[in-house]
Design a protein around this ligand. Structure first.
Ligand code: G6P
Ligand code: MG
Length: 214
């Protein structure tokens, strides 16, 4: 396989597995409980954004202000609901094409990284049975800045020992594509080209991922 890249760094939620749907359901219930408007279009702004950052975006549209203690309780409630939803996941919950993509990258001799700001990423990887397929998983707890800041993709590249310009990043979120591009990498968007307009190429699903296209 001829490719100019030395590593591929994948996002998790919405790229490898459909946990983006579970985040949506958990945030929707939380938003309803505080009378904040919430729909799929607004949810796009939350994808790739960390838990407290997402909560702040939701509460900015709620009818009243919330104390820091109340915010922590709301974030915990959302996370408990999310953890209930992911508790039943199995390897069957890998998105179509995701495993084949990981295998293609591995067989081409490239390094594989994971860049997720989720504090539940290791749980999800274990439920899917794919943790050992990654050379490096950036621990969300060590990251100061959530996507769209480039820190998480730059950290993954540094851990893999690969220069950013030799990395391909794969993302389903506008914030994630911004993080990849501002890290100086080539970006693959998975989803809607109108949302992921900063990506170098957008594919409708991981079934369409081919290393040779980049
Ligand atoms: C990912 C998802 C976001 C989620 C964030 C934090 O980036 O795309 O929707 O808010 O992780 O997840 P956590 O599991 O830590 O609440
Ligand atoms: Mg994602």
């Amino acid at each position: 396989m001829n490719t100019r890249f030395k590593a591929v760094i994948f996002d998790l939620d919405g790229v490898i597995t459909d946990t983006a749907r579970y985040h949506y359901l958990a945030w929707k219930r939380l938003a309803d409980s505080v009378d904040a408007p919430f729909d799929e279009a607004f949810n796009e702004q939350l994808k790739g954004v960390d838990r407290m950052g997402s909560l702040d975006l939701i509460l900015a549209r709620a009818p009243r202000a919330w104390t820091p203690e109340e915010k922590l309780a709301l974030a915990d409630a959302k996370n408990r609901h999310y953890q209930e939803l992911i508790a039943t996941m199995t390897p069957d919950d890998l998105l179509p094409g995701a495993l084949r993509a990981l295998e293609e990258v591995r067989n081409a001799g490239l390094k594989i990284g994971l860049a997720s700001v989720s504090k539940n990423a290791f749980t999800v990887l274990d439920r899917l049975g794919i943790r050992n397929r990654f050379d490096d998983v950036v621990d969300a707890a060590t990251i100061r800045n959530s996507k769209p800041h480039p820190e998480i993709f730059l950290t993954a590249a540094a851990h893999l020992g690969v220069a950013p310009q030799d990395c391909l990043g794969v993302e389903d979120a506008a914030a994630g594509v911004a993080s990849i591009k501002d890290a100086g990498m080539v970006a693959v968007g998975v989803g809607d080209p109108a949302v992921l307009y900063r990506a170098d190429r957008v594919i409708p699903s991981m079934l369409h991922f081919r290393l040779a296209d980049y």
